[in-house]
Design a protein around this ligand. Structure first.
Ligand SMILES: *[C@@H]1O[C@H](CO)[C@@H](O)[C@H](O)[C@H]1NC(C)=O
Length: 611
């Protein structure tokens, strides 16, 4: 940004100026004007304290068995392998015999009719084997669409509604050839109107996914607004964010050569969905497709559903050519095709008492979904469930709009709409504070949920420890003293500032679609006493497999050396939910535990085994 560079240049100049002034002073050169002491802060560092870090963990009871790892701080099972580079990610797998590489052909227009696609030049290149597009999926049993409302196309058909949309795929002997050839595929477009990019565009053009907004209503907002001392209007927005997982999307599809069997190695949080959609698109049964995930180099929600953008074309190519096909997206491709966190806009009216207690809120929440629905419905709902953050609002109306725009489809991203919702709540608190000329901390404080309060979605709060947590946090952080020191520091330093803030946060763990809160596990016990666990969750660095081993060590009363988790695979545990919604450990851990408790009375003699 120009403004940023301008201020950077100016600040560097200013630092140099200060440094030179200092030198003059040291050499006792008379200067025209000395700057006040507080201006010196631009050239001084923050060397007051050496950074320190510490890890806090619960201490297990003294009588807990040594083998029982639950509650103990143990090293992540892959930590050392990851640090040395030995850990195997999807694209680290050795090549399969006859393997080919795929490169996507992406739309360069936001909204356009496709007049023609000409792949002849690409196909003429040496080493190029095939080009696939919507034409190849037109005839049954194939299908070209997926998604909750079937609006995601494997290959764009007739028109494109976003840049970065997949139009086709080139398959060649290796990555370089495939990528070069994909650039030679000529696509002729005719631009179409309108091109809708922002939420504001969408509102103006009434471009929404559903005719009426989603709505939650609690209490009586009209009456509450009438009785409020003040009513404030406000608006807040939050923009998108790229997932930037360490490993970009990657899939290898390996046809087994008989009965339509296919194995998919995919970097995904959702192997079951990868399996199901692949089978649907190819018109074969799910029992022919296995999806295997060893680990991901991060997912953050970006691999909960959007892996399909790549995994399906790869599977289609492998199926049609009857050869293994691989593709790992380059970072720029990944950023182009995969969508981001949803940008949100919130418009609200909030009624408060003269002390700043919120008694009513009417809020409209808009999200920028991009060109297909994907998970935007659930993301919007989660924002609607979180807009009040940790504050009791007795009368509330929340309406959620899902804006359809000509952007790549935005998708799940850590918090799944929750952070965007909470951001609106915190914005209200700050606006109220500034209106009443009070510290936001005080406004937060008097609005916090209490035991027995009901949320706007009718959940009574039981065991509500919020106030206790809040008080303890302020106390242990020595908030008020340090706040004074911060203010003093800021008075004395013109260019360096310190800040301190306390923000409560609520997060609804688990899927809002209740049926997805289920998991399964398969536990194999071999006759040397070693245990192989498969469960429904995927490992993406968060340590899920490590936790499952902890659970198993307690349930089976054996040392963790005997327990191994190799991968997540749809032929071990079927019908799994994505590893998402912050509930991977709870759901899969319970599955592991339940399976084992069934066999608790079976006599496994681990003493003998371990000797
Ligand atoms: C399969 O998963 C769905 C949720 O996705 C769940 O409702 C259903 O009970 C599961 N079926 C079995 C047999 O576990």
């Amino acid at each position: 940004m120009i403004r940023y560079r301008r201020s950077l240049t100016l600040s560097l100049f200013f630092k140099a100026y200060l440094a030179i002034l200092n030198q003059f002073e040291q050499r006792k050169v008379p200067v025209v004007q000395k700057l006040p002491q507080q201006y010196q802060s631009a050239s001084s560092g923050f060397h007051s304290k050496i950074p320190k870090s510490s890890q806090y963990f619960q201490v297990v009871p003294a009588d807990q068995k040594d083998t029982d790892l639950v509650g103990r701080p143990i090293v992540h099972k892959s930590a050392f392998k990851q640090a040395t580079g030995e850990a195997v990610y999807c694209d680290d797998m050795p090549h399969f015999e006859n393997e080919l590489y795929l490169a996507l052909v992406l739309s360069t227009r936001a909204h356009a009719e496709i007049l023609s696609i000409d792949a002849s030049q690409a196909l003429a290149m040496e080493g190029v084997h095939a080009f696939f597009s919507a034409k190849d999926l037109q005839e049954p049993p194939f299908r070209n669409c997926h998604g909750i409302i079937h609006d995601d196309e494997v290959f764009a058909e007739g028109k494109v509604t976003s840049q970065g949309q997949v139009i086709g795929a080139v398959v060649a002997v290796d990555q370089i050839t495939a990528q070069r050839a994909s650039k030679l595929v000529k696509v002729e477009y005719k631009d179409l109107e309108p091109v809708i990019i922002t939420i504001e565009d969408a509102i103006k053009k009434k471009s929404f996914f559903f005719n009426s907004p989603k709505e939650i209503y609690q209490g009586d907002i009209e009456a509450a607004f009438r009785s409020a001392n003040h009513v404030l209007d406000g608006e807040a927005r939050m923009s998108g964010q790229e997932h930037f997982y360490l490993e970009t999307h990657c899939t290898i599809a390996v046809p087994k050569g008989e009965d339509d069997e296919m194995e998919l190695f995919c970097s995904t949080q959702n192997p079951s969905e990868t399996q199901r959609v692949t089978a649907e698109i190819l018109g074969i049964k799910s029992n022919r497709v296995v999806c295997r995930v060893k680990r991901m180099g991060g997912g953050f929600g970006g691999k909960e559903s959007r892996m399909l953008v790549l995994s399906v074309p790869v599977a289609v190519a492998a199926y049609k050519l009857n050869r293994p096909v691989r593709c790992m997206l380059d970072r720029d491709e990944d950023m182009m095709v995969s969508g981001t966190r949803h940008p949100f806009l919130g418009k609200y009216k909030v009624g408060i008492t003269k002390e700043g207690k919120i008694i009513a809120c009417d809020i409209e929440i808009y999200c920028n979904a991009g060109h297909t629905l994907d998970l935007s419905g659930a993301v919007t709902e989660r924002a609607m469930f979180h807009f009040e953050n940790a504050y009791y609002i007795p009368n509330a109306r929340v309406r959620g709009y899902i804006c359809k725009t000509n952007l790549p489809s935005n998708t799940a991203f850590r918090g799944f709409g929750g952070p965007q919702g909470m951001f609106f709540g915190e914005n209200m608190i700050r606006e109220i504070a500034s209106y009443l000329n009070k510290d936001p901390l005080e406004i937060s404080s008097i609005n916090l949920y209490k035991e027995g309060d009901k949320t706007h979605y009718n959940q009574p709060l039981e065991y509500c420890t919020l106030q206790r947590c809040w008080d303890k946090c302020l106390k242990t952080a020595d908030y008020f003293n340090r706040k004074k020191q911060v203010e003093e520091f800021n008075r004395q330093n013109r260019w360096k500032k310190r800040g301190m803030s306390v923000v409560p946060t609520k997060f609804g763990i688990s899927y809002t679609l209740l049926m997805l809160n289920q998991a399964g596990a398969l536990v194999l016990i071999y006759d040397d006493g070693s245990v192989l666990i498969s469960h429904g969750g995927t490992e993406m660095g968060q340590g899920l497999h490590t936790k499952m081993i902890q659970v198993a060590s307690r349930a089976l009363d054996i040392s963790a050396d005997f327990i191994h988790i190799a991968e997540t695979s749809t032929d071990k545990v079927p019908n799994t939910s994505a590893t998402a919604a912050s509930c991977g450990s709870d759901l899969n851990g319970m599955a592991v535990l339940v399976i084992m408790s069934k066999y608790q009375n079976t006599a496994f003699d681990y003493q003998t085994c371990s000797s």
